[in-house]
Design a protein around this ligand. Structure first.
Ligand code: PLP
Length: 397
């Protein structure tokens, strides 16, 4: 049984804050400062360039990848870290398309995160072979999978509504039609008991700054199913994915297995922080996290619906059909969120009209939920959101 009191103590949560935005950016692990300071002085400072070997920087993307692998149901040696999620989407999609060269459709849905769609648009345009990105409604994905589709590019949990795709069922349907699957787990890793092996996913990608608490700009991960790992062609054929980077050959030759999905120099400092954040998961069962996240989100929905009649639930009502976040709609959602944040309840706004709240049992309990509901009710009852300052949108919403 996971001890959530212990995990809560592992994070720095500012006094007076109820943090309901761990689905965008997880909080700082308390141990990160010291570990990072040690890395900077003892590794970078003292070991200088030798650190690539002596401090294990070179193998870090694989070692940290193995830790992430455990959290997404992947075998050791099938996940590697690096770059941003957008880059990993590009790599996975381009490799997947080459498995089905005769097909021309990439299937996605309107609940996908825009960067995934933008990356697909850019890649397909540069391939220039008449590819089509077909974007259907999330509930129409299953019916749109057929023999014309090359690849499905889907995000398991909808960033805006929290709607959860059935990864296993859709993957099985895709495989029956000869379609290759790319799953984006940005809102799943660390939130759900994801199991890419059981779901038989071909490729999976995700970020580590949300539920995995790796910090702003933390590196992304890519999983390639073992059956594909030695034949997936890396489109971003950088030197760190070469079979022998330090032979400095003039021609690219991919490394065996998942290593070929490395591109360039890894973000060692960011990986160090992520590694500390992953320590917290050592004694955590994802099944406990999921059960507790459902409990907290159900409590939140019931509380909000009882106390805030002006809000409309924008997420699936069935917890089994949701990830670990809940959205409510309000015509002045942006201003409502600003007023909430000013009172220490931090969630976020998602265009056009959603206030969104993430439930992260590692550091949230029932008292936090009740507190957040009470503040939300006050903001709405007293129209605290209705001031000019709260209507002015910042660059990052
Ligand atoms: C589902 C999903 N995919 C892709 C991205 C883009 O990630 P990055 O900015 O790390 O490239 C995000 C960012 O939040 C996301 O939520």
């Amino acid at each position: 049984m996971t001890d959530f009191t212990k995990t809560r103590a592992a994070f720095h949560i500012p006094d007076g804050v109820v943090y309901l935005d761990g689905n965008s950016l997880g909080p700082l692990p308390v141990a990160a400062g010291e570990r990072l300071a040690r890395m900077l002085t003892r590794e970078w400072g003292d070991q200088l360039i030798r650190g690539w070997n002596t401090a294990g920087w070179y193998v870090q993307p694989r070692k940290v990848g193995d830790r992430v692998a455990r959290l997404i149901g992947a075998a050791p040696g099938t996940v590697v870290m690096g770059d941003t999620l957008s880059i990993k989407v590009y790599q996975a999609l381009s490799a997947a398309l080459e498995f089905v060269p005769e097909r021309r459709i990439v299937l996605s849905d309107s609940g996908n995160f825009p960067s995934d769609l933008y990356i697909a648009q850019g890649l397909l345009a540069s391939l220039g072979r008449g590819y089509e990105l077909k974007v259907v409604k999330p509930e129409e994905v299953e019916g749109a999978i057929d023999e014309r589709v090359a690849v499905t590019l889907l995000t398991e949990v909808d960033y805006r509504t929290g709607r959860l795709h059935d990864m296993k069922r859709l993957t099985a349907k895709a495989h029956a039609a000869g379609v290759v699957t790319v799953w984006d787990l940005a809102h799943s890793a660390g939130a759900l008991a994801v199991n890419v092996t059981d779901a038989d996913a071909d490729f999976a990608v995700g970020c580590t700054y949300k539920y995995l608490n790796g910090g702003p700009g933390a590196p992304a991960f890519i999983y390639v199913a073992p059956r594909h790992a030695d034949r997936a062609r890396p489109s971003l054929s950088g030197w760190m994915g070469h079979d022998a980077p330090f032979a400095f050959d003039l021609d690219y030759r991919p490394a065996p297995g998942i290593e070929r999905m490395r591109v360039g120099t890894p973000p060692v400092i960011a990986l160090t922080v992520l590694d500390v954040a992953l320590d917290i998961w050592e004694n955590v069962a994802l099944s406990d996290v999921r059960a507790q996240s459902i409990l907290l989100s159900e409590r939140f929905i019931a509380g909000v619906e009882a106390a805030c009649p002006g809000l409309e639930l924008g997420s699936p009502r069935d917890p089994a059909a949701r990830g670990s976040q809940v959205s409510f709609r309000h015509p002045h959602a942006y201003a409502v969120m600003q007023a909430l944040i000013a009172k220490g309840v931090i969630g976020d706004f998602r265009a056009p009209d959603s206030v969104r709240f993430g439930f992260t049992p590692l550091y949230l309990g029932e008292a936090d939920i009740d507190n957040a509901v009470a503040v939300l009710a006050e903001v709405l009852d007293k129209r605290l959101w209705d001031t000019p300052d709260y209507h002015h949108k910042a660059a990052v919403t």
